[in-house]
Design a protein around this ligand. Structure first.
Ligand code: ADP
Ligand code: ADP
Length: 232
């Protein structure tokens, strides 16, 4: 069964003549332990879809279910808890705390939520992102690619139900881009992580198992196994 589903998901910004329908009755299934990419032109609703699915943004109508819980019906308080405990985020700009070491940045969300750090998971994740020898470094002492790998580890360490990555390679050179995509791929294949990545780069989307294409607030196509078919 899918980890996350949206049914008739509609998001309208503003009201009256200025209203913008960013998502128009969208149905989406995010499969468990798979890598899903979301593509589409600028303004097609990619960010809005991600923000709604992740509980960052309220929906106008429709239903979002995460592992049996209705995200679209949650109070602000429950949404905050959901984002803290069940969702991981990786952004284009890395959002690390400059005064903390890589290790401290990785465990920061757990520390804030007063959750215990699972040592085995921490080691697993640090190994997966290839940062074992950089844990005591601060962000300024790391390359852009290494900083984004810290952000990946931070998103993964709490074993979230879903990791959302919003243009995670948008600020990276091609080598670091490959490393970050390989990390996301590994997290799916070896840690059974469910990953949703918004990107406009076909080369990045080719790493996914499924690609959803948005246009004008609709899902207009769904492509399975993009790398096998070499269509991107
Ligand atoms: P994408 O991520 O594909 O570029 P968005 O989800 O950001 O698309 O935007 C979809 C549509 O919703 C666009 O027309 C955009 O201008 C509009 N939109 C997005 N956020 C807001 C907002 N906070 N207020 C008003 N309109 C918005
Ligand atoms: P992205 O780089 O993800 O496409 P955008 O430039 O679409 O980001 O949007 C950046 C921020 O501005 C987001 O928080 C989005 O919700 C908001 N936004 C986008 N379009 C509009 C709009 N037409 N009116 C108001 N806010 C908007």
């Amino acid at each position: 069964d899918p980890v996350l589903t949206a049914r008739a998901l509609t998001k309208v910004y503003g009201r009256g003549t200025g209203a913008v329908t960013a998502l128009d009755a969208v149905d989406v299934d995010i499969p468990r332990a798979r890598f899903t990419a979301v593509m589409g032109p600028s303004g097609s609703g990619k960010s809005t879809l991600m923000h709604c699915l992740a509980g960052l943004d309220s929906v106008t109508s429709g239903t979002i279910m995460l592992d049996g819980d209705e995200v679209s019906a949650m109070s602000q308080r429950r949404l905050t808890r959901l984002r803290r405990e069940r969702i991981g985020f990786i952004f284009q700009s890395f959002n690390l705390v400059p005064t903390l070491t890589a290790a401290e940045n990785i465990t920061l969300p757990l520390d804030i939520a007063r959750q215990k750090v699972d040592r085995q998971r921490f080691d697993q994740v640090v190994e997966a992102v290839g940062l074992s020898d950089r844990l005591s470094h601060r962000p300024a002492e790391l390359s852009g690619g290494q900083v984004q790998r810290v952000a990946c580890a931070r998103a993964l360490v709490g074993k979230p139900a879903v990791v959302f990555a919003d243009e995670p390679t948008g600020n990276l050179d091609s080598q670091s881009t490959q490393q970050v995509l390989a990390i996301l791929r590994t997290s799916v294949d070896e840690l059974d992580q469910s990953v949703v990545m918004v990107t406009h780069e076909p080369d990045a989307a080719a790493w996914a198992d499924t690609v959803l294409f948005l246009r004008d607030g609709h899902v207009v196509a769904e492509l399975a196994d993009p790398s096998r078919d070499h269509v991107l």
